[in-house]
Design a protein around this ligand. Structure first.
Ligand SMILES: Cc1ncc(COP(=O)(O)O)c(C=O)c1O
Length: 394
């Protein structure tokens, strides 16, 4: 061991998996474009609403009641009960709050703890792309191997055939398939029958479904169907209050799944954070129990914005996938400007609008950009005009 490290700096001796991860090119992009005067930023990945007052009041009350101690590492039971009731009423899933639910530091904490607990060295994780990019480094840090499945030719939905083919090619190491719906960055979502078909493939091969449903409350058409209803015995469902209750900074996520699986995931969460901030947990308990209609109010606003953006972009002859949830639009770039990084830098510098390059969401994302409509109507109006003018001029 000594010989191996000889002549290496301390930084070079650090964990290879960590060192192999690049720092986010999106952060670099964001820092650079933020210097541009008068830029309209349509890059935001979080609600532009503030946390509802009744939730803030619950947090204040908990501070005043001196709720300043460690809590159960799986989360405040009152919060787990409230989350369980919420998911039961909204999605018909049944989770025992004592054994089948865990509170994590945001859905991000759930992603980390779940993948770390699930993966052995060399296990394969199937990731339909384009997708929220966090799953890639977390899989690799946990020793897993990513197999991306490009969904751009299938309306950005993973088909059972493609999943089956991918599993067949990695049969010995197949461990997890990740789903995220409604999707960041495309806004598309799955119907119950599509989920059932995917669930059957997962069942056939005995692999986990890690289902990130953080945007479930922002489903526009019809009702959100949870993988926890479709395939409860093999699904680990991530959710939380970040998007539904405009609480990204509070860092509350939930992980729901079979009791013995949750036991292992809970260990990783406990080893990393002991427990989530007590006052944030009291706030989240209020959100799940008394904030049933909070998301609806925000959803109505997002829908108006989505309709406006869709109409404006389509009237200008541009191609956009119709989002059925979340607050993103995935705009297809014309053939002459398919390099999404080049487009995003050009649009920012010259057109003064910031959007996220599709390439940063994995295979199949290049040739697109993600536009967030978690922005004011005024910014959206200016932004969409500028995008259209920029595209017409190039
Ligand atoms: C698909 C998806 N999962 C998870 C997260 C992170 O959620 P949280 O803030 O609860 O960690 C995001 C945030 O943008 C997301 O888009």
């Amino acid at each position: 061991m000594e010989a191996e490290n000889q002549g290496m700096s301390l930084a070079e001796q650090m964990n290879r998996r960590v060192r192999a991860q690049a720092t986010s090119d999106i952060l670099q992009f964001n820092a650079e474009i933020s210097q541009i005067q008068d830029i309209v930023k349509l890059t935001l990945g979080e609600p532009d609403f503030t946390t509802p007052d009744h939730i803030k009041a619950a947090a204040v009350a908990s501070i005043e009641a001196d709720q300043s101690h460690y809590l159960d590492s799986r989360g405040l039971l009152q919060l787990r009960q409230a989350a369980s009731d919420f998911f039961a009423d909204q999605y018909g899933t049944r989770y025992d709050p004592e054994r089948e639910l865990l509170v994590t530091a945001g859905a991000t904490g759930g992603i980390y703890s779940s993948l770390t607990a699930m993966l052995n060295q060399g296990d394969t994780v199937f990731i339909p792309t384009p997708i929220f990019p966090l799953y890639f480094p977390v899989t690799q840090l946990a020793g897993g191997h990513v197999v991306s499945i490009d969904t751009s030719a299938d309306g950005f939905l993973l088909t059972p055939e493609k999943l089956q083919n991918a599993i067949e090619s990695h049969r010995d190491s197949a461990k997890v398939v990740i789903l995220n719906y409604p999707s960041n960055p495309t806004g598309v979502t799955y119907t119950q029958s599509q989920l059932k078909e995917l669930g059957e493939v997962a069942k056939q091969y005995g692999i986990f479904v890690l289902s990130d449903e953080i945007y479930s409350e922002l489903t526009y058409a019809g009702k959100h169907v949870s993988m926890g209803e479709v395939l409860p015995e093999q699904s680990v469902v991530l959710n939380g209050v970040s998007k539904s209750h405009a609480m990204t900074g509070w860092r509350i996520g939930t992980v729901a799944g079979p009791a013995d699986v949750i036991t292992e995931i809970a260990k990783v969460s406990e080893f990393t954070i002991t427990c989530v901030t007590a006052n944030a947990q009291y706030a989240a308990a209020e959100a799940f129990s008394q904030g049933r209609t909070d998301a609806q109010t925000m959803k109505n606003v997002y829908m108006d914005r989505r309709d406006f953006m869709l109409r404006s972009l389509r009237n200008a002859g541009l191609r956009v996938v119709e989002p059925q949830g979340a607050f993103y639009l995935f705009l297809q770039l014309p053939e002459r400007m398919r390099d999404s990084w080049k487009f995003a830098y050009g649009l920012a510098r010259e057109g003064k609008v910031a959007v996220i390059p599709g390439a940063s969401f994995g295979a199949g994302g290049d040739g697109y950009v993600r536009i967030s409509y978690a922005a004011s109507m005024e910014d959206l109006r200016i932004g969409v005009d500028r995008i259209i003018s920029y595209m017409e001029a190039h």
